[in-house]
Ligand binder design. Structure first.
Ligand code: ADP
Ligand code: MG
Length: 517
């Protein structure tokens, strides 16, 4: 494979004139299959390399819609396309160093990295993306083997005894962190690393749908992965109550207590439900004390802090608050976007960023509902087979009982107006150029190749590209359905010509003055 074939049209001449990112992205459709294959190869090797040091789920979340859009042998640059500004920030923050190293191993150590965001008019180019899930699975067997082992462990026997399984889908890797849960997450990780040694008990509270249960399972999974022989029991408080009541009724409380004796780590979810259950509270108090005395880890969650747990004995409440009480708040806007992105990536899907913001702006208090909205939207997309629109987003929010925010509607209106304004002011420039050269607008949009017409048309194409960020496709459409290659040729040709042709340069400046008015 000859490396110099990666970037056939070297854009040096266009650097001053046209935004490089837009240019590179627009060149993609002109690539041959072989060239796309080569770029994918380099990307796949780099991702494999990256996954040696970095978290695979995180790679999948943020890099699955990215790809190498060009390799510039002259400037020694690898150009990576990213789907939106948010992913760009995350990629720079989490992966830049690692990617640079990976590219240097998989391709060439002298190359630097550059990132380019797909414009709203461009879709991520699937041809340059790789099946990252498949690629990364190559390395998952180890983990799967551990999961398999867990199934035969004590914990798994306990799980089937109580009918409650620890879900392998809730892990630290797919738990998105933000200011709202940072503290709880750090505490959870510390406890998962060294159960019984740091914060015992750990009490996590927060309102519904903010990730308490997810964190509990993540702790359990982490402990079982590190030490599959540990005896870990996860129980919702309601289940604990049922078990205790049933044991009392069957006169088998001693048996149940023996089961707890063998447990190393106990996780009880939603302890607010112990309210008013006096007998259960008394028994749980005993279990709790045993665990505490033996330095065995207890983790509890609740929808409110211990002090506010009504109708739970004071001595039990004070036990709950014995060590660390960590809260989970509502996620901020950026984190809500990150959660949506991460859930989409896990499904191998994507939604245009501006549409995601509509959901993230409206659903503020509950991550479960954020996920629910995504499911509704994705189902709608599958059923209709159409690209999603703002209307789909607003409909989904209405289905979930959300009043659509006027502010959101305003944002959408502004995007639409910006587009309309862009077309209106561009049309004015086209009319000005036509008058200036004494030709008609129809001629400009026709296939006519008279010198004056061609020159004016090329100038207008460059303006559309540089000042209006139009894609090649949109420019081609405007000028009577010209294809990519024609537009690229026109842009190149005009750029070259203007450097030597003083008259043309003068004319261009006159038009520019018009634009700046
Ligand atoms: P809670 O127990 O606090 O009511 P859950 O743990 O059941 O909430 O979370 C509800 C849903 O939201 C789950 O599907 C969970 O995976 C998801 N979720 C919550 N917080 C996060 C987060 N920070 N990152 C990823 N998913 C989250
Ligand atoms: Mg829960």
């Amino acid at each position: 494979m000859e490396k110099s074939t990666y970037l056939t049209t070297h854009p040096t001449n266009l650097y001053d004139f046209i935004h490089l990112s837009v240019m590179l992205l627009d060149l993609i459709p002109t690539y041959t299959d072989e060239k796309k294959g080569s770029l994918r190869d380099v990307w796949a090797k780099s991702i494999e390399e990256l996954s040696r040091d970095q978290d695979q789920k995180k790679i999948l979340s943020f890099l699955c819609k990215c790809g190498i859009i060009a390799i510039d042998e002259k400037d020694k640059k690898v150009h990576v396309g990213v789907p939106n500004e948010f992913v760009l920030l995350q990629v720079k923050k989490f992966f830049h160093k690692g990617l640079k190293k990976a590219i240097s191993v998989s391709y060439n150590p002298q190359f630097t990295l550059d990132y380019h965001v797909y414009t709203p008019f461009q879709r991520p180019n699937n041809d340059l993306q790789i099946d990252m899930k498949k690629l990364l699975k190559i390395k998952l067997p180890k983990q799967e083997a551990k999961e398999l082992k867990n199934n035969t462990s004590q914990s798994s026997k306990l799980a089937s005894q109580f009918g409650i399984k620890i879900s392998p889908h809730y892990t630290f890797n797919n738990f998105v962190t933000g200011a709202h849960n940072n503290f709880a997450l750090s505490a959870a990780k510390a406890v998962a690393e060294t159960p019984g040694k740091v914060y015992n008990p750990l009490f996590i509270y927060g309102s519904v749908g903010l990730g308490k249960t997810h964190l509990m399972h993540a702790i359990a999974n982490h402990i079982l992965q590190n030490s599959p022989d540990r005896n870990v029991l996860y129980l919702p408080a309601t289940k604990l109550i049922d078990e205790i009541i049933s044991a009392i009724r069957k006169n088998k409380l001693n048996n149940l207590m023996r089961v707890f004796d063998d447990i190393d780590v106990l996780l009880i979810d939603d302890v607010q439900f112990l309210a008013d259950k006096d007998k259960t509270q008394e028994i749980f108090h005993n279990i709790f004390n045993e665990f505490h005395m033996k330095n065995k880890q207890v983790i509890l969650t609740s929808d409110r802090p211990p002090k506010e747990l009504n109708n739970i004995e004071a001595r039990l409440k004070s036990r709950f608050a014995l060590w660390l009480v960590a809260d989970i708040q509502k996620p901020d806007y950026e984190t809500r976007i990150a959660i949506l992105q991460s859930k989409l990536a896990a499904k191998g899907e994507s939604i245009w960023f501006d549409l995601l913001t509509i959901i993230a702006k409206s659903i503020k208090n509950n991550v479960r509902e954020l996920e629910g909205a995504l499911n509704i939207i994705m189902t709608r997309k599958t059923i209709t087979g159409m690209e999603l629109s703002e209307k789909d987003m607003f409909d989904c929010l209405k289905t979930l009982g959300y009043k659509v925010d006027n502010e959101d509607k305003q944002v959408i209106r502004e995007i639409t107006q910006m587009n309309t304004r862009s077309i209106m002011s561009y049309t004015k420039i086209v009319e000005f150029v036509a008058t200036y050269y004494n030709i008609s607008v129809e001629d400009l949009k026709s296939p006519k190749r008279k010198k004056a017409i061609t020159q004016a048309r090329q100038m207008l194409m460059v303006i559309a590209k540089k000042h209006f960020s139009w894609t090649l496709e949109r420019i081609g459409d405007y000028f009577g359905g010209k294809n990519h290659a024609t537009v690229i040729y026109a842009l190149n040709n005009f750029t070259k010509k203007i450097k030597h042709d003083k008259n043309l340069s003068h004319d261009y400046n006159v038009v520019m003055e018009q634009l700046e008015r």
